[in-house]
Ligand binder design. Sequence first.
Ligand code: PMP
Length: 417
Amino acid sequence: MAQLSPLLKQATPVVVDHGEGVYLYDTTGKRNLDFTAGIGVTSTGHCHPKVVAAAQEQIGKLIHGQYTTVMHKPLLELTEKLGEVLPEGLDSLFFANSGSEGVEAALRLARQATGRPNVVVFHGGFHGRTVATATMTTSGTRFSAGISPLMAGVHVAPFPNAYRYGWDVETATRFALRELDYLFATVSAPNETAAFVIEPVLGEGGYVPANTEFFAGLRERADKHGILLVIDEVQTGFGRTGKFWGHDHFDVRPDVVVIAKGLASGFPLSGIAASTELMSKAWPGSQGGTYGGNAVSCAAAAATLAVIQEEGLVENAAERGKQLLDGARLVGEKTPQIGDVRGLGLLVGSEFVTPDGEADTATAQAVQKAAAERGLLLLTCGAHMNVVRMIPPLVVTAQQIDDALEIWAEAVAAGTQ
Ligand code: PMP
């Protein structure tokens, strides 16, 4: 008899029967509030009727039209539709399947277009689990340990992580930019640096938003040295943060964005967007893949975009995100074990610490377990997995946020006893 590999580490013991909106129903019939959204994927909720209808219709017409062999309508239609929401000037799209593949595509583009070997990533960032993207991932050694040799040419600069440093945001930002210049002077010369690769909000690294001044500093250095600014919007894109793109909060122009997760409501689809000028510097035929831009995924993504627009999900994420952050902060203020509550839109994290400020992984896990027992599914993140994060589908209602906050308060009380 076969069984699932023990290498998978599962956050909850739940076995799902079906999902609907913000709820996951398990095989015992229990209804769970899903504040994980499949790690920020099911933006329109589980099995949104319009996404289901679009996918079902497409399945009957064409499941797989391999895009380096033939083109298909859903891919062309999605490309056109994405044109309405992509950052200005990024008018050229390449599609793949997973977020990791998207980041790898950006890396290849950056190296081929600049002819330079190095990339600079920011401490605490998560960019994937392939060997190249695991090398670029610094949100936890669990993603890169035991698989060396890793990829050469990746250098890590500080992220303006004010809470971690115990500074205010301005001081953390000044420090991070100064260290970036130091890295240029000592480790990776600017003219050997192809790209900065950064998340607008550290996701797996603990839900830490960047800031406008930091991005202005990156943009200035990118322009000065011909370095590409690659923004990994895999977790933050498509309305998750209460603006369409995470970087919209920070008034910055990316050269490349990486997209995945919320794009297709759960169907595997990722990609990169850049200007046609930049994309044409990549070597034709050097990228691709058997399944990239799958027809059913593209149809689901086009429907997802329509739902995001029609149902005002970006605005909902902003409003419900504020409600969630305010509520989580109230719990945080009453709980000495919660050192910080932070987030942007519907990305909210509560960081658990010991009395002397060290990461308190055990308490975070106890709270997560207590929440799951009460029907609220949550994930942890952060280098020490001591940040409990809430990342519900963007269709979440005010009532569902209240319900989740009620369970959250109970779970925190139970887990911190
Ligand atoms: N980048 C970011 C910012 C992510 O959050 C993730 C997934 N958590 C990835 C890349 C990798 O995506 P995937 O798991 O689809 O390869």
